[in-house]
Design a binder for this molecule. Structure first.
Ligand code: TYM
Length: 337
């Protein structure tokens, strides 16, 4: 069987980028025959960017409810909270000990923080924690502990997957004695989505405050956000440059190729941006509307979600516990002698 695994950091409200980049493809993958799916709430990762405990708890609930409302079947998928799996931080330490510091120096998120500091003439590492610096190692532990073959993510995670492969190879080389302990995972990226733009055209991201929420605030909030998408100043009647408009990119991420072609022709024939936004809103709502009630029901019953996550953790640990025993032995922490 193919193992598919992915996680979402519990530091904010799920947005269209999370949905199109990770949630939708992961649910499609989990429905295929011969797939064992592992999906989780990355709450240890959340501690890196967020020191507000209530926000982390709220986000976990929102992400779990979103995943289930979007069609995840907890009976079929191993669905869990990262911090319920103590083998993850344990493996993270083992991997930290074989990961070259130079590899982490090259991580985009770390480098971007350094660049920002340099730009404002602060110390390069000002405000950068070891958590941020080692972020990719924790992600490698998530993936390697379950020997995932495929990881559905948005394009922003490609480098993390490359680093995971590097770290796995190093560990296999040091401790594998000719057999591979870890599977080298492949990234799975939907080219139609890859990086979903936000309101301002930059990558849709919590950190840019340019996100369109999936369910929070209901269809009203969705429509209001869509109406705030930045467009150029071309008037109704003037032909629009579809390829150059991130509104079009957003439409394409939700529509069929036929619908997208029609939308494009309408834009090029001079459809006004107001009408284009209304069409985009309606197309997204067509997909999300039917899921929203279940989302609201789940949000009202946190104890039900907790039960699901506990059951998921127990299922995950049936694999991670024996595998960790093998890893401890491989590195010399326990001995079979
Ligand atoms: P996170 O929480 O930032 O994002 C969750 C998923 O959503 C995708 N995504 C996007 N895709 C397309 N367009 C966008 N604008 C967009 N914004 C976010 C992300 O690519 C991601 O797939 N480190 C990860 C979480 C994680 C993880 C893992 C993922 C922890 N361990 C192991 C896979 C495997 C993160 O912070 O994603």
């Amino acid at each position: 069987n193919t193992r598919v695994l992915t996680g979402i950091t519990t530091s904010g409200t799920p947005h269209l980028g999370n949905y199109a980049g990770a949630i939708r493809p992961s649910i499609q993958a989990s429905a295929l025959p011969g797939v064992d799916a592992f999906y989780f709430m990355a709450d240890y990762h959340a501690l890196i960017k967020c020191d507000d405990p209530q926000r982390i708890a709220r986000s976990r609930l929102e992400i779990a409810a979103t995943w289930i409302a979007a069609g995840l079947d907890p009976e079929r998928v191993t669905f869990y909270r990262q911090s319920d799996i103590p083998e993850i931080p344990e493996l993270c330490w083992m991997l930290t000990c074989v990961t070259a510091k130079g590899l982490m120096n090259r991580a985009h998120a770390y480098k971007a923080s350094v660049d920002q500091n340099v730009a404002r003439e602060a110390e390069p590492d000002d405000g950068i924690t070891m958590g941020l610096f080692s972020y990719p190692v924790l992600m490698a532990a998530d993936i390697l502990l379950f020997n995932a073959n495929k990881v559905p993510v948005g394009r922003d995670q490609i480098q993390h997957l490359e680093m995971t492969r590097d770290i796995a190879q190093r560990f296999n080389h040091l401790y594998g004695k000719g057999t591979d302990i870890f599977v080298l995972p492949d990234v799975q990226i939907d080219d139609e989505v890859a990086t979903l733009p936000g309101l301002d055209g930059r990558k849709m991201s919590k950190s840019y405050d340019n996100t369109i929420p999936l369910f929070e605030g209901g269809s009203k909030a969705l429509r209001a956000a869509v109406m705030r998408i930045v467009t150029d100043s071309r008037e109704p009647g003037e032909p629009k440059d579809a390829e150059g408009a991130h509104l079009y990119t957003l439409y394409r991420a939700f529509a069929t190729p036929d619908e997208t072609a029609t939308f494009r022709a309408q834009l090029e024939a001079g459809m006004g941006w107001g009408d284009a936004k209304q069409a985009l809103y309606e197309r997204i709502e067509q997909d999300l509307g039917p899921m929203r009630d279940q989302y609201a029901e789940l949000m009202a019953r946190p104890e039900r979600i907790e039960d699901i996550l506990q059951a998921g953790a127990a299922k995950a640990r049936r694999l991670s516990e024996p595998f960790m025993a093998r890893l401890r032995e491989a590195v010399g922490l326990r001995s079979s002698m």
